[in-house]
Design a protein around this ligand. Structure first.
Ligand SMILES: [Fe+2]
Length: 445
């Protein structure tokens, strides 16, 4: 339990870290790149910038601080539910300098509010929840803005060193065993967990095997070379329909040149690195690959048990490696790198069952629909999660290299449409123990 002063410092650090990253993602391009729409799937960067400030004003200055709106006339422009992304470039948005100044003005007032706040007394204030919500919100938009950068055409604007190569991957088993039994899924105690991660509840699972690491580009290329995109039997009916309608033949951003697969990564075209986790595949592609490999996607509960359950204590950890907040040796998080690390990296981040890279690197598609846990209660507003529950969204787990540590934990749930490919998503596969074969007919992943 932190003292109020330590909690204030932690909150200020998280808010400042988020703003530094926002600045890095928006100061690196000219104004016309901030106001342009680089894909109908994404907002102009300048919308994200002012929306970050607007949500911070709404939740912290108005709801927590009881202040009057600073610019009520702009609220509807930055309401994500009022305008779909494709429509946002047509709105009279604040120009870049005004958007920056607005977000800066809000932030100054928020830091004053924080300095005087008791951080207790109301549910929004307890443990600094509303502040944590806003730090996570800004970091989530930073990930969204990084996706916009990946989609943007034009000169390279972002660079980062590659992650270090792992040392011991040669000796890693292809899969790990998660024994049968109950575990605690979700949380009642994580102070900044969102409503969809709550409440904690027991889930009993049969034994299963899970890939030690995410599926690699090399393994995925074997699926392509084996005609995986031409064989309807590997695909669900909807997946095959989608594949035919859109002409999918490889992950997004991949092209074939001179017998070699190339990819475009933040403006640079380079050979696809064989040992990196595959990235920019839809749920349909992940699901088809798993079937081709004689396996299946793990359920969300299987993923979380593999990531959190410690059989020695029957406790669920905050993270695969324990309860300590993520450090650089644990996981590829926080946009330190602009790509996933090779499969098998981060031995210090291994989970009790021996799986690696469950946190960071790539979001992992699971077999599960996005549904509420038993006893779910919408908080602090229905539009955070509740309106998205249903079979049209699939759950992703674990976070990517683009996810900040503050917005990542073993219970964190992300969701998206099964056709989505621009997100930083890959996958790993599983099989039930009674399925017999030790690996798929083509060697798993
Ligand atoms: Fe938002």
């Amino acid at each position: 339990m932190l003292t109020p002063a330590a909690l204030r410092d932690l909150i200020a650090d998280e808010l400042i870290a988020a703003r530094d990253r926002t600045a890095g993602l928006t100061d690196c391009v000219e104004d016309h790149d901030l106001t342009a729409q680089h894909s109908p799937l994404m907002s102009p960067l300048v919308w994200d910038l002012a929306h970050i400030g607007n949500q911070e004003e709404l939740w912290l200055l108005r709801n927590v601080g009881g202040r009057d709106p600073m610019h009520p006339e702009i609220d509807p422009l930055y309401d994500a539910f009022e305008h779909p992304r494709s429509e946002r470039p047509t709105l009279p948005l604040l120009p870049p300098e005004e958007a920056r100044a607005y977000a800066h003005e809000v932030r100054g007032r928020v830091l004053d509010l924080l300095a005087a706040s008791p951080l207790e007394g109301t549910p929004l204030l307890t443990d600094g929840f509303a502040f944590g919500l806003i730090a996570q919100h800004e970091q989530q938009h930073d990930e969204t803005m990084l996706i916009t950068h990946q989609l943007r055409r034009g000169p390279v604007a972002l660079t980062a060193p590659p992650p270090a190569a792992p040392a011991d991957t040669g000796s890693l088993p292809a899969e790990v065993l998660v024994p049968a039994g109950p575990f605690t899924m979700g949380t009642d105690t994580e102070p900044w967990a969102l409503d969809n991660e709550r409440p904690a509840h027991r889930v009993d699972l049969p034994a299963f095997h899970l890939d030690t690491a995410p599926v690699s580009n090399a393994a995925y290329q074997r699926f392509i070379a084996d005609g995986g995109y031409r064989e309807p039997r590997w695909w669900t009916a909807e997946g095959w329909q989608h594949r035919m309608r859109t002409g999918l033949v490889a992950p997004l951003f991949w092209t074939r040149e001179g017998g070699q697969w190339l990819r475009r990564r933040f403006g640079t075209v380079e050979p696809v690195p064989p040992d990196e986790p595959v990235l920019h595949v839809s749920w349909y592609e992940a699901d088809a690959y798993a079937r081709w490999a004689g396996r299946r996607l793990p359920t969300e509960a299987e993923w979380e048990k593999a990531a959190r359950h410690d059989p020695a204590t029957d406790r669920s950890r905050r993270f695969p490696w324990g309860d300590a907040s993520p450090a650089p040796e644990h996981a590829n998080l926080g946009q330190r790198h602009l790509q996933p690390a090779p499969v098998g990296s981060y031995p210090a981040g291994e989970s009790p069952c021996g799986a690696r890279q469950l946190m960071g690197d790539v979001w992992e598609w699971t077999a599960s629909d996005f549904l509420p846990y038993p006893g779910f209660r919408a908080w602090p507003y229905r539009e955070y999660s509740e309106v998205f529950f249903g079979p049209e969204y699939k759950v992703l787990r674990g976070g990517s290299f683009a996810v900040a540590p503050v917005a990542c934990r073993g219970t964190f749930r992300n969701w998206d449409y099964p056709i989505r490919r621009q997100i930083f998503a890959g996958f790993r596969t599983a099989r039930s123990v009674d399925d017999g074969a030790p690996a798929g007919p083509r060697g798993g992943s």
